[in-house]
Design a binder for this molecule. Structure first.
Ligand code: PSU
Length: 306
């Protein structure tokens, strides 16, 4: 890969990559725009710890001071977690370069994190849930750039599916059209972020991280562009049943529409409103599913490095 990207590696990440040891990338939008302070910092620190316990090195990715940081110091992670959402750009493919060129602080979404991970030579990335086709997209055209990125950048993304605030059937249809493998881990149905089972059958299922690593290698061997999405269900003891969360999502969506919330503001608005309406339960579940994805991400990274 030839590029001239301004990457700054944390020493432990540089060393792990130089020795072919497992590394798992982590995003930063979930820190700045997805969860409130101070739970966002606790989550970010726990996720890194879980990846280390799994035998891999965590690399949280963010843009600061005109550079893409691949792995953050504890101080930088704390500073990022304390940055108000309005002061950090929410970066996708479209705005990554502008943010770096302007020397601004930027938090990377799934799409931007995939780009940066690939530039850094990292093949696995764990997060909460990907963006996708928003409900009402037939009028708003609001479809996350995460989907296109999965179609073109060779990174395996571990998530609890797409966030359940989205139109999940349309999200899976678009991924199919784009040729993205959507692999349910350990079950036949796709998960629905806060709930284990969306009721929708997964196009692919795998039960073993070694198979997932082999599938990534095979895509490369076949010369196919793009990554793969591993849809990992939330642990049972942390889930919120569909019949409990769905009415809450409906209410939050109705409020977003009434208030004219649009574009990049939609997902952060919905997540924080659902947090209020569930009295914090949605956040507790969100943290548990991220930790669960980090655990699986580490297992896949270990298998890829073997
Ligand atoms: N996972 C979470 N919370 C989040 C996100 C993921 O548990 O906030 C972020 C990711 O960065 C993802 C973004 O790319 O939400 C999707 O935003 P949008 O729907 O605006 O594309």
């Amino acid at each position: 890969m030839t590029h001239n990207a301004p990457l700054t590696f944390a020493p432990e990440v540089a060393e792990a990559l130089a020795h072919g040891r497992p590394v798992v990338a982590l995003e930063s939008t979930i820190i700045t725009h997805g969860m409130p302070w101070p739970q966002n910092l606790e989550m970010a620190e726990q996720v890194e710890a879980v990846i280390r316990e799994g035998g891999a090195t965590p690399a949280t990715i963010a843009v600061m001071g005109g550079r893409i940081h691949i792995g953050l110091t504890p101080e930088a992670l704390r500073a990022l977690a304390q940055t108000p959402p309005a002061e950090a750009m929410k970066l996708s493919r479209a705005d990554l370069a502008v943010c770096i060129a302007n020397g601004r602080t930027g938090a990377t979404t799934v799409a931007a994190t995939m780009i940066c991970a690939h530039l850094a030579g990292i093949r696995v990335f764990a997060t909460g849930g990907i963006g996708g086709v928003h409900r009402g997209a037939e009028d708003s055209f609001d479809i996350s750039a995460d989907l296109q990125e999965l179609a073109q950048t060779p990174v395996t993304v571990v998530a609890a599916g797409a966030k359940a605030i989205l139109d999940l059937p349309k999200t899976w249809e678009v991924l199919e059209t784009l040729g993205v493998p959507v692999i349910a881990f350990g079950q036949d149905n796709l998960p629905a972020f806060w709930s284990q089972d969306s009721g929708l059958r997964a196009p692919l299922r795998m039960d073993d991280p070694t198979q997932i690593a082999a599938a990534a290698d095979m895509r490369a061997a076949l010369g196919l562009k793009g990554g793969q999405l591993v849809a990992n269900p939330i642990p049972e003891d942390a889930e919120i049943a569909q019949d409990v969360i769905m009415p809450v999502i409906e209410q939050a969506l109705a409020e977003a529409q009434a208030q004219g919330i649009a574009a990049k503001a939609v997902t952060p608005f919905l997540l924080s409103r659902i947090f209020e309406l569930t009295e914090g339960r949605s956040l507790a579940s969100n943290i548990q599913l991220v930790l669960n994805n980090a655990r699986l991400g580490a297992r896949i990274a270990v298998a890829m490095a073997a």
